[in-house]
Write a new protein. Structure first.
Length: 177
């Protein structure tokens, strides 16, 4: 696999592009339950999956819309000025309160050299936990594009094949053991 690009999309902002130039799949770990035995404790698979955070570096668009939306999302969750900021985040279009609106689903599409999707990673219930600064400098002689780093927490992730379906043992053409 030699991915040349990534497209990160957030369901909360369907018309906004987050063309990612770096992304890291988060760590996943499964706890261990120890089963007592008279000789030694036996390790058994646990019952809780833990995910690390999702770091994304994306190109900031010309009007700073993608950066501003993440900034406002974090601000609304933390309501540093007033409780109204949190109310704005959790109020639906119908005017009703919905605590689920503080989250969104997202997907990271991995693109090949022809910008075709070769894999997709779906994330459920993401919310931003950090957004990097933007460093303005007028001394550069080359044209440099602004990038930002955003970190997200999430509940669950799923890796899908290029056809958008979950990979299973039947997907791989090899004998089962």
């Amino acid at each position: 696999m030699s991915p040349l690009g990534f497209d990160f999309s957030i369901a909360r902002f369907p018309k906004v592009s987050f063309f990612a130039n770096t992304a890291a799949l988060p760590q996943i770990s499964l706890g261990i339950a120890n089963q007592s035995n008279y000789l030694k404790a036996l390790a058994q698979p646990g019952d809780r999956v833990e995910y690390g955070e999702l770091p994304i570096q994306f190109l900031i668009d010309e009007d700073m819309i993608n950066y501003t939306l993440i900034h406002n999302w974090i601000t609304g969750l933390g309501f540093p000025e007033s409780c109204e900021q949190f109310l704005d985040i959790t109020t639906g279009r119908d005017g009703g309160r919905d605590m689920e609106l503080q989250y969104s689903d997202a997907s990271l599409q991995i693109l090949n050299s022809n910008y075709n999707v070769i894999a997709q990673i779906k994330f459920w219930d993401i919310f931003p936990t950090s957004l990097s600064s933007m460093d303005f400098t007028a001394t550069d002689t080359d044209v440099n594009y602004f990038t930002a780093n955003a970190t997200f927490a999430f509940t669950y992730m799923q890796i899908l094949g290029k056809n958008g379906k979950v990979l299973s043992p039947d997907y791989v053409d090899s004998p089962r053991f």
